[in-house]
Design a protein around this ligand. Structure first.
Ligand code: SAJ
Length: 406
């Protein structure tokens, strides 16, 4: 039986996937409310295909509880935040989960860390926790790192099809866990050592952060000299070895805006490109705010209540608003002591900011300048409703003439 610890954005779909592919699974989370919701037959976030997967897993007998189980395989999938000052990883949740596992696990058990961790975290923090409990790693307890690669918005498909990395101390244990993941994973599974697996995961997200920063920097250069960044990127990307990403209002989520900082925290004198890239991405919400002020001026709008931000989530068609560019923008606006702009997002049903609307039409009715910060399908399908509005489109989803861009 596999005990999946942490039933959040990654742990839940992973647990469901195992269960619906014939593996006996118990999912454990310390959040009682979350466990009660799952036991009441409801999923805890919106994601394409997740409800169907949930139903399959429930039919297959998956259980949810707050208790850690006595079993031979644990998969730890808890958050790994970073310290805002030192930029280093904060392994507190991983440590706490492994401690709890150590309290109940029998000798011979394998502990798989799925959470993203910076290179060396398992050596520095996780191994000592296991040893403190009197276990010898490799004899009494096997340790594995199996980072995920799934993208919110297409998680179920990517969980099934993406290739994966398994880091283990011995190839025998690596192969054993590879077989376990092969129960559902159709992609290639590479077995390597733990530190290499840690590094690859962080680098994958850093690669994307740096490339997004490049696109964002181009947007700033082009704005400065009144050039069309999108046309320039389109043409450049016709070169067979150029593939520039899309500029945007900033980078959010719990991966790309976080993981590269782990490297900066651990290797401060060796991460110049990464550091500057993160700063460029972090500067984008303020850049958008300046665009808003300029567009207001150009159109003689003096009243902030006429400006509305469309989208609160960190990207399109997900309900996750962690570190979202919109929240970063609002924070920045607060620093300028400007009155809070109105916000609407179809995916966010509860009030998380002031001045939040829950009805698209009412939001538009009260708004003269619409700032598109997230390209949800809802707005793409309702472009005609923007006809008489001034629009700042930071995602290039709107093709009409006269639309302002980054
Ligand atoms: N963004 C841009 N321009 C782009 C692409 C993205 O501004 O061209 C922005 C998005 O709007 C968003 C942020 O970047 O705010 C990140 O979005 P994303 O869709 O690029 O990635 P995440 O954070 O949802 O998921 C990433 C993925 N990693 C990579 O693509 C290398 C996913 O595969 C990982 O599993 C996930 O991080 C994770 O859990 O680490």
């Amino acid at each position: 039986m596999v005990n999946v610890i942490g039933l959040g954005y990654i742990g839940l779909p992973t647990a469901l996937m195992f269960a619906s592919h014939g593996v006996e699974v118990v999912g454990t989370d310390y959040n009682k409310e979350l466990v009660e919701t799952l036991n009441a037959g409801k999923t805890t976030f919106e994601e394409k295909g997740l409800d169907e997967l949930f139903n399959d897993a429930v039919k297959a007998g998956i259980k949810f509880t707050t208790e850690y189980q006595i079993t031979d395989t644990y998969i730890v999938s808890v958050p790994t935040p970073y310290d805002k000052f030192s930029k280093k990883i904060d392994p507190c949740y991983v440590n706490a989960a492994v401690k709890e596992v150590m309290r109940v696990c029998p000798k011979g058990a394998t502990v798989v860390i799925e959470s993203t961790v910076s290179p060396g975290t398992i050596d520095r923090f996780v191994r000592p926790v296991i040893e403190e409990h009197g276990f010898t790693i490799g004899e009494d307890i096997n340790l594995v790192h199996a980072p995920e690669r799934i993208i919110p918005g297409n998680m179920v498909y990517e969980l099934l099809h993406n290739s994966r990395t398994i880091g283990a101390d011995s190839s025998e244990i690596g192969e054993k866990i590879k077989n376990l993941y092969s129960s559902f994973c159709l992609g290639d599974i590479v077995v390597t050592d733990i530190k290499t697996a840690e590094m690859t995961k962080v680098i994958e997200n850093t690669y994307r952060a740096v490339n997004i920063a490049f696109a964002n920097e181009l947007a700033k250069i082009c704005r400065h000299d009144d050039m069309d960044v999108y046309e320039i990127i389109r043409i450049c990307n016709m070169h067979p070895r150029v593939n520039i990403l899309n500029p945007g209002p900033g980078v959010g989520g719990h991966c790309i805006s976080v993981d590269p900082w782990f490297l900066v925290g651990d290797y401060p004198s060796l991460t110049k490109v990464i550091w500057e890239s993160m700063k460029v991405n972090d500067s984008m919400p303020e850049f958008v705010l300046e665009r808003i002020y300029n567009i207001m001026k150009e159109n003689n709008i003096t009243d902030f209540s006429k400006v509305g931000l469309y989208g609160l989530t960190y990207k399109e068609n997900v309900d996750d608003y962690r570190e979202s560019p919109t929240l970063q923008l609002l924070e920045c606006q607060e620093k300028h002591l400007a009155p809070q702009l109105k916000v609407y997002d179809p995916y966010i049903k509860k009030d998380i900011v002031h001045n939040q609307y829950h009805d698209f039409d009412k939001f538009l009715e009260d708004t003269e300048l619409v700032v598109i910060l997230v390209g949800h399908d809802e707005i793409k399908e309702n472009m005609d409703k923007l006809k008489n509005k001034i629009v700042l489109d930071t995602r290039k989803i709107c093709d009409s003439d006269g639309v302002y861009r980054l």
